[in-house]
Design a protein around this ligand. Structure first.
Ligand code: NAI
Length: 430
């Protein structure tokens, strides 16, 4: 009998830090639709970058796990318990897009993964790659990271259909206990209801993680995005709790616009900008805030004013895609869902399964490749991550593009998904 000498190496999280072995096992879900194609390209690019950087001294042992359509066909469930257990066990994972099953009672698999693993930060770095067609004049001014809360808000899934017993009961209960408040609901018959929980611990852990991230990444400005002028006890509370935790826990490292406003008679943008400059010059992170609708205008008009946006769940969802569009679309935007307290993180393509181009070697794998690049950085393998960026930047600059982009770029060379991966690899070392 052949003795199995393969010793699995597992990433662990110890005293707030990841401990990464040289040959870690990392689970992956290729995904549905274009998932297989973009995953194959990503695996090729990551393995190439790791090998080129560490010459065999480090490499990833990929472990395929099931979710989505494939899981349903093979096991009868869309998200098997073993998959969740694997993501917990191996700490880091990566996934392609998954079909959201249509029909009552089944949650979005992405939402289920985020909730079950309590991945409270949806991290979306948004930057422009030279050569990518963008709808604005200066996409190069966009270099913004979004920290979106991932477990609360109207996305918590506490929602009752119009006409349901639950909805009627809730209306009845509100009527009994809050007769004044119930009058604010325009129609109490046939009304769908949803709960919007925004908690102090949920807001605090998000803002804390964002500040830690800013310190690590040398980010100088953090902006809390909220709709607190209208929703005072949810969005407004998010803002105040955010400022509170920043001032209490990071007093020596940050200066908030709220602190400044409390001590100054002067107000207005001009004075705020001076304070911001002063704070940054003294080595502190400037934390300010903006109302969501204004944020949509300002990131479009003055993207250079923003570095890190911290948002509630729904606002962050909209803002992430809008910003991705500003630099050329979600085909290239990467993302990660992270719990910085347990270290558990799942990196993911931000686009869907694109069924109309599935199996045609037409999909752009950049979103998943860049998500893998984020993953490599997260585990401290910067050398390989830098190589991937280098390879991707050069390939795009050479105008070798998948059809989603090449159709908008004059004199571009249209390539398929697998050719694009070959070109990125070649460009890493040439
Ligand atoms: P989608 O992102 O799949 O497609 C929107 C458009 O973008 C389509 O024209 C598609 O062809 C194109 N597109 C998307 N990714 C592309 C890529 N990498 N390269 C080239 N073109 C690309 O969104 P849609 O159509 O709303 O959803 C399709 C399915 O995907 C649904 O089942 C949905 O639930 C699921 N979905 C899953 C997500 C995830 O797993 N993170 C995110 C969004 C949607």
């Amino acid at each position: 009998m052949i003795k199995n000498t393969f010793q699995e190496q597992i990433i662990t999280f110890f005293q707030g830090k990841l401990v990464v072995p040289d040959f870690p096992t990392i689970p992956f879900i290729p995904g549905d639709g274009i998932g297989n194609e973009v995953w194959n390209a990503t695996e090729q690019v990551v393995n190439f970058a790791v090998n080129a950087s560490y010459k065999g001294k480090k490499s990833i042992r990929w472990k395929k796990v099931l979710a989505g359509e494939k899981a349903f066909q093979e096991t009868g469930t869309w998200l098997p318990d073993e998959t969740l257990a694997d993501f917990r066990h191996y700490v880091i994972g990566i996934k392609g897009p998954l079909t959201t099953p249509v029909g009552g009672g089944i949650r979005s698999l992405n939402v289920a993964l985020r909730k079950d693993l309590d991945l409270y930060v949806c991290l979306r770095p948004v930057r422009w790659f030279k050569g990518i067609p963008a709808p604005v004049h200066h996409p190069e001014n966009v270099n913004i990271t979004i920290f979106r809360e991932n477990t609360e808000d109207v996305y918590s899934g506490v929602e009752f259909a119009a006409g349901s017993t639950e909805s009627r009961l809730l209306i009845e209960l509100l009527g009994q206990h809050f007769p004044k408040e119930i009058q604010k609901i325009r129609f109490t018959e046939d009304v769908g209801l949803a709960i919007k929980p925004i908690s102090k611990p949920g807001s605090e852990r998000l803002v804390q993680s964002a500040i830690e991230y800013a310190i690590q990444e040398n980010i100088k400005v953090i902006t809390l995005v909220h709709k607190g002028n209208i929703m005072k006890f949810t969005e407004g509370a998010f803002l105040q709790w955010g400022y509170d935790i920043a001032e209490q826990k990071y007093g020596s490292k940050v200066y908030t616009s709220r602190q400044w406003q409390k001590t100054q008679k002067s107000s207005g943008e001009e004075f705020a900008n001076k304070e911001k400059e002063k704070a940054i010059k003294s080595g502190k992170i400037w934390i300010n805030d903006i109302i969501t609708d204004a944020a949509f205008q300002q990131v479009l008009l003055y993207p250079q004013e923003f570095e890190l946006l911290v948002t509630t769940n729904l606002n962050g969802d909209y803002l992430s895609d809008a910003l991705a569009a500003q630099v050329g679309g979600i085909g290239i935007a990467p993302g990660a869902n992270i719990n910085y307290q347990t270290g558990i993180a799942i990196f993911e393509a931000t686009h869907g399964t694109a069924p109309s181009i599935a199996g045609k070697n037409m999909a752009n794998p950049s979103s998943l490749i860049l998500s893998a690049e984020m993953m490599l950085r997260y585990i401290g393998w910067e050398g390989a991550a830098n190589l991937i960026i280098h390879g991707l930047e050069r390939s795009i600059a050479e105008k070798k593009l998948t059809p989603d982009l090449s159709q908008f770029v004059e004199q571009s060379i249209r390539v398929g998904t697998s050719e694009f991966a070959d070109i990125v690899c070649k460009n890493m070392i040439d």
